[in-house]
Design a protein around this ligand. Structure first.
Ligand SMILES: [Zn+2]
Ligand SMILES: [Zn+2]
Length: 135
C-alpha cells in the first residue's frame, strides 16, 4: 500500500509550496511599500518651504515633492553661482536664471530673503536689514 503514502507526501509538498508563495508575496508587498515611501516625498502644504532667487529676489513656495521634482528637472543645468558653492539652484520662474536657493520671508515685512546672497554672505532683508541666519 505505497499509493496512500505517496498521495500524502505529495499533498504535503503542495502545502509547503503554497505557504512559501504566500510568504514571498507578503515580503514582496512589504518591500514594495518600503521602496515607494522612500522615493515619494510628501506633497502636503506643511512640507512647503520658501525658495528665493538670488538674482531677482523672487520667492517661490514648494512642497517637498514639488522641490524634488523641480530639482531633478533642473539638476543638469544648475552650476555653482558666484561664491555659492554647495547649493543646488533651481530655475527661477521670474527671471529664468538658475538662482533659486532655500530662503524665507522676512518676519517683519514679508520680503523674500535667500539664505545667502550671490557673493556668499548671509541673506538679509532688502527692506529692513533683518538677518535670516543669526550673526
Ligand atoms: Zn529670479
Ligand atoms: Zn524685512
Amino acid at each position: 500500500m505505497t499509493h496512500d503514502t505517496e498521495n500524502a507526501s505529495a499533498s504535503g509538498t503542495g502545502l509547503k509550496i503554497g505557504l512559501i508563495v504566500v510568504l514571498l508575496a507578503a515580503a514582496g508587498v512589504i518591500s514594495y511599500r518600503h521602496t515607494r515611501s522612500d522615493l515619494e516625498q510628501p506633497d502636503t502644504p506643511d512640507t512647503a518651504s520658501t525658495y528665493v532667487c538670488v538674482e531677482c529676489n523672487a520667492a517661490i513656495d514648494l512642497t517637498a515633492a514639488q522641490y524634488a521634482k523641480k530639482a531633478s528637472e533642473d539638476r543638469e543645468n544648475t552650476k555653482p553661482l558666484g561664491e555659492l558653492r554647495g547649493y543646488s539652484f533651481l530655475k527661477c520662474p521670474t527671471c529664468q536664471k538658475y538662482g533659486v536657493i532655500r530662503g524665507a520671508r522676512c518676519p517683519k515685512d514679508g520680503t523674500p530673503i535667500p539664505q545667502q546672497t550671490k557673493d556668499g554672505k548671509p541673506g538679509r532683508c532688502k527692506k529692513c536689514g533683518y538677518a535670516l541666519i543669526g550673526e
